[in-house]
Write a protein that binds this ligand. Structure first.
Ligand code: KIV
Length: 294
């Protein structure tokens, strides 16, 4: 087992990691303290995913997430990540309408928020946008398979690429992304055999989520990994902690202590020195004095 490199991770490092057979660890983060923890834990990439919409902002899908929301959270993550490469997810409609829009929005992530790269969902139909963003010197990560921004087209968050034709289609999309110059491709929600095939054919590293063990790296949404997500959690998620339950229990304990007058205790309070207290009391009228005494 090798520990994390001390120097900041940059885009070419990821290609070298694939060549050396070193696995890439990517996690999402949406705020400063979480980015610090993820970074300190040695993750190579911190993704400010548009999953923000679902796990932090309470939307039912990623579709309502705006550029301004993404910029706000990316700035916080950049402040927290010292070593990991910060990649920002381009939200729905930020790269669909025109190439000019795509470049302008990608540029905001780099110039305003301090991200080092952006991620774009979709295969061959995104090639022109990816080329345009790269022409502006911004590294792009691709994302194929179960792309959450296509949820309505898929009829739900369902595993993709199960038929031979669908699998071939995803493979062709991944190859087209590499050709367009992405530095890495996220493979989400596809059969492990297909992910292996894609990983073996691409020169750039693949990062899987629900795509089996053969990808060059793995990513999880931090709220899923920490056990904060409630309700349905995809079967490919491993919950490494039950932070949601711990937080609820701590808050419940606080509420109980407040109601029972057990918080704060004397050590959690500060006190006036005796002479100061007397001086303050001395300056009060009789009614207030009575109140202070009681
Ligand atoms: O938005 C996100 O968090 C993602 C990852 C799941 C890859 O795109």
């Amino acid at each position: 087992m090798s520990g994390p490199r001390p120097c900041p991770v940059c885009v070419p490092d990821l290609l070298r990691m694939k060549q050396r057979g070193e696995k890439i660890a990517m996690l999402t983060a949406y705020d400063f303290p979480t980015a610090r923890q993820v970074d300190a834990a040695g993750a190579d990439i911190v993704l400010v995913g548009d999953s923000l919409g679902m796990v932090v902002l309470g939307y039912e899908s990623t579709l309502p997430v705006t550029m301004d929301e993404m910029i706000h959270h990316t700035k916080a993550v950049v402040r927290g990540a010292q070593r990991a490469l910060v990649v920002a997810d381009m939200p729905y409609l930020s790269y669909h309408l025109s190439l000019r829009d795509a470049v302008r929005h990608a540029g905001r992530f780099v110039q305003e928020a301090g991200a080092k790269a952006v991620k774009v969902e979709g295969g061959r139909k995104r090639v022109r946008a990816i080329r345009a963003i790269r022409d502006a010197e911004i590294p792009v990560m691709g994302h194929v398979g179960l792309t959450p921004q296509s949820v309505h087209e898929f009829g739900g968050f369902k595993i993709q690429g199960k038929s031979a034709a669908a699998a071939r289609n995803i493979l062709d999309d991944a190859l087209a992304l590499e050709e367009a110059g992405v530095f890495s491709v996220v493979l989400e929600g596809i059969p492990a055999e297909l992910a292996k095939m894609i990983t073996e054919r691409l020169t750039v590293p693949t990062v899987g989520i629900g795509a089996g063990v053969s990808c060059d790296g793995q990513v999880l949404v931090i709220h899923d990994l920490l056990g904060i997500t409630e309700g349905h959690v995809p079967s490919f998620v491993r919950r490494y902690a039950e932070v949601g339950a711990t937080v609820r229990e701590a808050c419940r304990h606080f509420v109980e202590d407040v109601r029972d007058g057990k918080f704060p205790s004397d050590v959690e309070s500060s006190h006036l020195k005796g002479e100061v207290l007397e001086e303050v009391r001395g300056g009060l009228g009789p009614a207030a004095k009575r109140q202070w005494r009681s």
